[in-house]
Ligand binder design. Structure first.
Ligand code: ADP
Ligand code: GN1
Ligand code: MG
Length: 379
């Protein structure tokens, strides 16, 4: 499809959602790896902007269920935010109802589209410009989990089954190495070796959850820095976005995914690994913001396994990028050859660095646990 054809398709799709005026601009938007995101501008006074997304049907096999989750979760967040005296129009996403009566529209090629208000006067960061930005992102994700602690988790559909089952992710890597469909194994021997040496670690959190030692909570499961918006004026946490993977999950995974992306001194696809390390100052800011907002709800073991969550989410993401590289880059969008291998390398470099820094990571958890957590009486 040419760009012109794509834009004419978007014009057509937009007519199935309520229009506040004449559609005057369509632009590709954001840096997500999964969905196709566009920002649309309508001429009205003041001009109104919305986000239109084509959901990735290869990744999300039951878009109806996914949008049911999102409808339920955003309605709950709206109520909770109102109760706290917040502004739900800015602090949670608002999806529009299409002419099908649903919060999505299915086109003639069976593509699923959804539209939500663009949150104005917000910023979405790809990297940290000050430790305070990262502290704010921690507060955003921590508050999100806190607000959803009263949500009936059993009503949520599993939008991607076994999403953070690191043991299965490891099995998928093993299969990709054995099949080697693109002949790329030879270019990733060191990475495969590093990942295989840590096979036993893959089960650490999964086993604690399966044995009932770690509880499932309503979690976001994709807590990258660019999935939380900050207020442009105050630079405080504003709104958590990208709700596709809100499912029952582990607090350690939400904590860990933020650390692997935001507390790295390099970008996720940095080819120069000397630039990639865990920044302990940023890590500490995240610990503080996260425990301040949702630590009171967590069990002692949940708090103490947060650093393990950081290592495991980084390892898991590394082996997911590696698997995708070996399989021919079919899952994560790439903009250049070798990008998924570079992404894998940054994650594995971070794992190695976290292994070195684990004592310091644990000590910071203890420091903030004392401030923001109390042993419940009778436990
Ligand atoms: P993906 O699953 O592909 O990551 P996202 O839902 O995260 O898709 O959207 C991609 C990007 O679009 C985000 O990182 C953010 O920059 C921007 N974005 C998405 N929704 C909004 C919104 N409602 N307001 C402002 N920006 C948004
Ligand atoms: C994807 O959608 P996005 O870009 O926020 C992926 C995450 C990975 C991340 C790595 C549904 O997140 O799991 O951690 O890329 N989302 C899905 O950057 O697979
Ligand atoms: Mg995203």
């Amino acid at each position: 499809m040419t760009q012109e054809e794509a834009y004419s398709k978007i014009h057509e799709v937009s007519t199935h959602f309520p229009a506040p005026g004449k559609l005057i601009k369509v632009e590709p938007y954001g840096n997500g790896h999964i969905n196709d995101t566009y920002r649309l501008t309508y001429s009205c006074e003041p001009a109104k902007r919305v986000i239109l997304q084509r959901m990735n049907a290869d990744v999300f096999r039951s878009p109806e269920q996914l949008m049911e989750n999102i409808g339920g979760v955003t309605a709950h967040l709206r109520e909770q935010i109102l109760k706290c005296g917040g502004n739900p129009d800015r602090e949670t996403l608002h999806f529009k109802i299409s002419d099908s009566g649903k919060n999505y529209y299915v086109d003639d090629r069976h593509n699923y589209w959804r539209m939500c208000d663009f949150i104005e006067d917000s910023i979405c960061l790809e990297s940290i410009s000050s430790p305070d930005d990262f502290y704010q992102s921690a507060r955003g994700f921590g508050r999100f989990q806190q607000l959803l602690s009263t949500y009936p988790a059993q009503t949520l559909h599993e939008t991607i089954p076994h999403f953070h089952d690191t043991v299965r992710r490891f099995q998928a890597l093993k299969q990709a190495v054995e099949a080697d469909p693109c002949g790329r194994v030879k270019s990733a021997v060191r990475e495969i070796d590093f990942a295989f040496k840590r096979e036993e670690d893959a089960g650490s959190l999964v086993h604690l959850q399966k044995s009932g030692q770690l509880p499932l909570r309503v979690t976001h499961n994709d807590t990258k820095l660019n999935n939380v918006l900050l207020d442009k004026t105050t630079r405080k946490a504003l709104c958590v976005i990208d709700l596709d993977t809100v499912m029952p999950g582990l607090a350690a995974n939400d904590f860990g995914d933020s650390i692997r992306f935001g507390a790295s001194t390099g970008s996720e696809d940095e080819p120069d690994l000397s630039k990639v390390n865990l920044d302990l100052t940023l890590y500490e800011q995240y610990v503080k913001g996260f425990l301040e907002t949702c630590g009171g709800n967590l069990t002692e073991l949940e708090i103490e396994t947060l650093p393990l969550g950081a290592k495991m989410m980084t390892y898991e993401c590394g082996i997911r990028f590696l698997t995708d590289y070996l399989q021919g880059d079919t899952y994560f969008k790439i903009s250049r050859a070798g990008q998924n291998l570079d992404r894998c390398r940054t994650q594995l470099k971070l794992v190695a660095d976290m292994e070195q820094k684990m004592d310091a990571m644990n000590a910071m958890i203890q420091k903030y646990k004392k401030l923001f957590w109390q042993k419940p009486s009778g436990r």
